[in-house]
Design a protein around this ligand. Structure first.
Ligand code: CU
Length: 108
């Protein structure tokens, strides 16, 4: 738990630093770190009400190693066509330090 908090604070700090740098470069260049990743995982839990799911995901290249963790989805309906045990491809958007799943495609 403490490690997670530390990483979060570190992320905020780094984001802030990059913010200041890019503001010098260009005012139009908004400093929000925005990345998308494609990844694969297996659905472990679904929480429709909280718009989140637990995934056992494979390595997300350039972002994180394989692990089981919770993700939020941007649209509740992304969770309506999947069930626990499904293998999925998903798109993860990382923006301003927040990860959100924006697309889910079931692997047949
Ligand atoms: Cu992860």
């Amino acid at each position: 738990m403490k490690t997670k908090l530390f990483i979060l604070i570190l992320c905020l700090f780094v984001t802030n630093l990059s913010c200041q740098t890019s503001e010098k470069n260009s005012e139009r260049n908004q400093a929000v770190v925005k990345l998308t990743f494609q990844a694969k995982g297996v659905v472990k839990e679904i929480n429709l009400e909280k718009k989140k799911l637990k995934l056992d995901h494979e390595e997300i290249k350039g972002y994180m190693e394989a692990m089981t963790m919770d993700f939020y989805v941007n649209e509740k309906n992304l969770l309506e066509n999947i069930k626990v045990g499904d293998k999925i491809n998903f798109t993860l958007k990382h923006e301003a330090g927040i990860d959100t799943i924006t697309e889910i495609r079931k692997i047949q």
